[in-house]
Design a protein around this ligand. Sequence first.
Ligand SMILES: Nc1ncnc2c1ncn2[C@@H]1O[C@H](COP(=O)(O)OP(=O)(O)O)[C@@H](O)[C@H]1O
Ligand SMILES: [Mg+2]
Length: 254
Amino acid sequence: MGRLTVKGLSKVYGESSAAGSVTALQNVSFEVPDNQFCSILGHSGCGKTTLLNIAAGFEKPTSGSVMVDGEPIRTPGWQNTMIFQDYALFPWASVADNIAFGLEMKNMPRHKRLDTTQYFIGLVGLKGFENKYPHQLSGGMRQRVAIARALAVRPQLLLMDEPFAALDAQNRAFMQDELVRIWQREPKTVMLVTHSIDEAIKLSDCIAVMTRRPGRVKEFIQVELPRPRDEDDAAYLKLKRKLRDLIHDEMEEQ
Ligand SMILES: Nc1ncnc2c1ncn2[C@@H]1O[C@H](COP(=O)(O)OP(=O)(O)O)[C@@H](O)[C@H]1O
Ligand SMILES: [Mg+2]
């Protein structure tokens, strides 16, 4: 299970510092049902990474909490696993060993580990690349390894911070489609940070549109469009216009 609840979440950096404090998040609340895909959409500096870091257990909230099935997240762990923009793969380990790493941490027996690793290699489309090292792979393939490694431990919550930002436009669009395909085969509660309106619409069941700093939820939007999402569809374009207006207002008010 993995119902995600963000409740009254605030984060102030440097509260006790003479240099002054920064309120990164202010009273952020929303809820994502089990196995839904949620995007956090907002401008740079609005607290998106802060929100994800709290959900990953890397940062402590100043007040409020991020909960999975009603349990506050307090520490990092395989239950709430993060995929970074720079992939964070082990350069000294093969594709298979990168994916198996978390399974070893979970003390999964060897035969099960091999089966699970093979399954996820197949799922992300890396059959035949098991024994390659990260430097032998393209950016998109590295991101596939990172996705397989994160999913293999069967987390309750998958966290992604602008995961495709380092890819060129064509590969980014392709990986977005791949992520949806993989997520449909291996359903999971996902919280993905992006500043791309199209990425948010293409991927999400729901979108938290953030205000500029201090980050608050400006609007929480359910995306009811059928998948795969058609960028030329009238309803898609209507939602895109709405999101553009919401985001644009945030620029104007600055
Ligand atoms: N560790 C930190 N210490 C102090 N300020 C921080 C820290 N991390 C982020 N901030 C500040 O908090 C605000 C939100 O940052 P961040 O969460 O990285 O936003 P985003 O990911 O949306 O660009 C920014 O003003 C940033 O400078
Ligand atoms: Mg960020």
